[in-house]
Design a protein around this ligand. Sequence first.
Ligand code: SF4
Length: 628
Amino acid sequence: MSSSKKEIIQPRSIRLEASTVCQLKCPSCPTATGQTGKKLGAGVLKFSDFKDIVDKNPRISKIELSNWGEIFLNKELLKIIKYAYKRNVALHANVNLNNVSDDVLKGLVKYKFQRITCSIDGASQETYSIYRVNGNFNQVIENIKAINKFKARYYSRFPVLIWQFVVFGHNEHEISKARKMAEDLNMKFRAKLSWEDMYTKPFSPIKDAQLVRRETGFGVATRDEFRAKYGKEYVLRHCCLKLWDSPQINYDGRVLGCPINFWDDYGNVLKDGLVPCLNNEKIVYAREMLMGKRESREDIPCAQCKVYKRMKENKDWFTDKDIKKDYTKSRTVIMLQNKILEYKLIKGTINRLVAVKRLLRNVILILQGKESMRFGLFLSVFRATGVKPGPRLANRVYPLQIPLTPDEKKGWKPYPIFRGFTKGLQDLSCHASVLTKESCPHPPHMHKEEELLLLLTGEVELLLPTIQASDGSQYRHLKSGQFVYYPSNFAHTLQTTSETPATYLMFKWHAGVKKKKSELAFRHFSMFHPEKDFEIKYGFTPRLVFEGPTAYLQKLHCHTSTLTPGAGYKPHADIYDVAIVILEGEVETLGERVGPYSVIFYAAGKLHGMQNPGTAVAKYIVFEFHTK
Ligand code: SF4
């Protein structure tokens, strides 16, 4: 959709406001202060207008229904939801969820409303109502529980629920409590920086910046900090991009282009049609203004906007590269997803196709004489339930040169090392990452994979929202030479606390279906204790660090070893996969000489030996992934 080529803008997604009315009085919202009402009117989308737009624009397959108001105040919402389902249009909305009838709550699930983001800026009524004035925290939670109840009744994963927490000074202390509540309610959690001075004077500025930097996982506490750190506006550039990929339309059909503009419009889709409105002279001029190709013009809404003014000041224009390809699913895909196949079925089908592909690849290897016939080869097809990315992992050495070059702008730079499947694991990967001071790779997240994080250089603080130390802290300090094990679905992130960048290795794996709950809990270990753990004896000396069953493994085993110069062991094959990280000295294996921080992988059933070819003692850490 490059505007420079004067292509017709015809996105699959639009933002069509279901209601500009809201019952809450949030202090920095222009709806509450009446700014938007004067220009946009206080009204709701008529079902007949929704139907008209959906019918006349069969390409549209996704509609975001909210922007300035609360969609649940639209009395025709249920009809809108039902019709969208009938026509295979996916609906999304950001809501306060205070006043919703049971019929509508049920309709959200029954008619597969795709995604609801609930603005809940607190974990108690007292805190929540400071910004969400007139809001009832307990009622919101009850409504979420009701949606979950209907989701269970209809066996549906829709709507996907997101808890959005706008961070202020008065609620920053409740971020972690809210995150936990969101998890209990089966919601994703997203912290968000406030609008600050976008529409009004800043409301309730951050008090404890350090806490916010950590708890949100952004590594910043304000929009200014975000700008300084990342060299771009927080979220606002995405708003401008809506002019191309998901234009905002008022409830009465006026095209506003982006979610920020309430000053003027670009025509009316109900009178002039959607595609003509999205390609008229005025909106094309606006897009070109945002790309720095045209001078500012007074009748273009952007001319009044702080975002444009800042963009102009910094000459930070959009380029063709910023204007992404439209990846919105078509109505046919929505229909398949919602009506023909349940999500799980689709996933299962894809997984089986991947398993068949893997089988065929292995059969070809057998025919070429590069692989022997094994029962496990065929068994793998039937036990496959997840996508197996990458190739089958074979014995290999992966040299790693430290220091790794950091990304000063983004703060976090991952270096992939390997990823693939093995005899027992559907997915096993390893990457190194370098994280600059105070940077955080992502907000706390959870995933099905189990992980090992080995800190090679620097110091970090781990943020572990679901556990508390005896002092009530959710943080763990990690120094180089230490490592942790994260069980599956364990919330975590980290932030560099040292002056120098932190470098770490991450091993991540899963085996499809979990066997049981992991018996190994989150643990914090040292890779070596020079005095007691590496009492050097001639030859090969292992020291057990830990071992135990996990959700995917019969046993995850870890030991450290020393290998004195000239010592080693003869080639042998293990029945499990092995990953080794060299900590000191050098070893020779698989025909290569391997130095510190390098990673060695030995696949189950494959021969490997090792010896120390150097003059210093080699020290290394070993992880064994036992699946049988
Ligand atoms: S600059 Fe224009 S497109 Fe961007 S947010 Fe402002 S009004 Fe919207």
